[in-house]
Write a protein that binds this ligand. Structure first.
Ligand SMILES: *[C@@H]1O[C@H](CO)[C@@H](O)[C@H](O)[C@H]1NC(C)=O
Ligand SMILES: *[C@@H]1O[C@H](CO)[C@@H](O)[C@H](O)[C@H]1NC(C)=O
Ligand SMILES: *[C@@H]1O[C@H](CO)[C@@H](O)[C@H](O)[C@H]1NC(C)=O
Ligand SMILES: *[C@@H]1O[C@H](CO)[C@@H](O)[C@H](O)[C@H]1NC(C)=O
Ligand SMILES: *[C@@H]1O[C@H](CO)[C@@H](O)[C@H](O)[C@H]1NC(C)=O
Ligand SMILES: *[C@@H]1O[C@H](CO)[C@@H](O)[C@H](O)[C@H]1NC(C)=O
Ligand SMILES: *[C@@H]1O[C@H](CO)[C@@H](O)[C@H](O)[C@H]1NC(C)=O
Ligand SMILES: *[C@@H]1O[C@H](CO)[C@@H](O)[C@H](O)[C@H]1NC(C)=O
Ligand SMILES: *[C@@H]1O[C@H](CO)[C@@H](O)[C@H](O)[C@H]1NC(C)=O
Ligand SMILES: *[C@@H]1O[C@H](CO)[C@@H](O)[C@H](O)[C@H]1NC(C)=O
Length: 235
């Protein structure tokens, strides 16, 4: 069903490309930096929320799976041909998404802090110029394209850091949204880790979890990813 939807979507896109001038280019030249890394703009929760108000620092259990997406700065809906062109030039893949595991480990949160542990995928990026374009407006366009990548079998490359939140927000994150072994043993993946009792009583809920420590973090996205994963594993 998913692939037939994808196929009809592709047909529609193909139709559009035939009726309009096909916006494709056949040449991409790396100009400037290639294969450099930078943090992706998305941070995922990979632990449950913790309020560390005891007499010492708190070891926090960390791990799970996250799904990260490729990106470019040319348009909001960059078609696949551009990534294929760029991938051919760089020699590494730009898959639409990469789902990978985050190492099971413990991360120490400081006494007096509250929040959760966030994982920020690392992007591998390149810069270059499009040419030989059907749409002449695209000729000479400077592009940056970035993709998440794995660093070992099934692992996704990135960094861990504590994300500070209010104690209420931390308490509302009652489990680790990236922990798919938890998600796959439960029916209610959509709100598995955000405590609904707490959220309905006026306490901070999922939207507040996005804003921790000024990073663009999204527990909602993690929950959606977990739901998609469960859908893929098959019920
Ligand atoms: C691609 O563009 C670059 C820069 O304009 C040019 O040097 C190169 O010959 C082009 N390659 C092809 C196959 O057209
Ligand atoms: C890109 O850099 C990584 C190390 O960060 C290296 O393993 C890989 O071979 C490089 N790829 C290319 C095409 O240079
Ligand atoms: C994931 O959940 C399982 C229970 O299904 C638990 O045993 C494990 O410790 C959890 N791991 C992490 C990193 O949250
Ligand atoms: C892929 O890159 C090679 C050079 O690395 C080039 O000769 C070839 O034309 C490119 N193919 C496409 C489809 O862009
Ligand atoms: C990209 O997708 C291809 C085919 O869908 C797959 O074989 C490959 O392992 C993927 N690469 C990465 C880095 O996810
Ligand atoms: C982390 O632990 C879980 C069990 O809780 C396991 O299913 C998973 O494979 C482990 N992940 C890694 C990367 O070792
Ligand atoms: C995209 O990134 C490239 C390389 O950094 C830059 O030269 C170009 O101006 C950027 N384009 C847009 C629309 O931001
Ligand atoms: C991430 O990738 C870089 C470059 O390939 C590597 O040096 C580093 O050890 C990796 N770390 C993690 C945690 O993925
Ligand atoms: C889980 O799903 C099964 C079958 O879809 C259903 O019978 C059961 O009541 C559900 N359990 C919970 C806790 O929602
Ligand atoms: C959230 O609800 C759980 C049980 O439903 C409770 O144990 C916890 O103390 C509540 N947290 C807050 C901040 O109200």
């Amino acid at each position: 069903m998913k692939s037939s939807f994808a196929t009809s979507l592709l047909s529609v896109l193909a139709l559009c490309q035939h009726t309009k001038a096909a916006a494709t280019c056949s040449n991409f030249t790396i100009v400037g930096a290639n294969n450099y890394t930078k943090p992706s703009p998305m941070t995922f929760a990979v632990s449950q929320g913790v309020v560390c108000n005891g007499a010492s620092d708190c070891p926090v259990l960390v791990g799970g799976d996250v799904t990260s997406q490729r990106t470019t700065n040319i348009t909001d809906s960059t078609p696949d041909w551009a990534y294929r062109l760029i991938s051919n030039a760089t020699g590494y893949p730009f898959n639409a998404t990469l789902t990978g595991a985050v190492e099971n480990t413990t991360y120490t949160m400081q006494q007096g802090s509250s929040g959760y542990i966030g994982f920020t995928p690392t992007y591998r990026c390149t810069q270059g110029i499009l040419s030989d374009c059907d749409n002449k407006d695209l000729d000479g366009t400077a592009v940056e394209a970035c993709t998440p990548f794995g660093w070992e079998d099934g692992m996704i490359n990135g960094t861990l850091a504590a994300v500070a939140t209010s104690p209420e927000t931390a308490l509302a994150l009652v489990c680790n949204p990236a922990n798919t072994s938890l998600a796959s043993s439960s029916n209610t993946t959509a709100n598995l880790c955000i405590n609904p009792v707490n959220s309905s009583s006026g306490n901070p809920t999922a939207p507040n979890l996005k804003g921790g420590a000024g990073v663009s973090s999204s527990v909602g996205t993690v929950l959606l990813s977990a739901a998609l994963l469960v859908a893929m594993i098959g019920f």
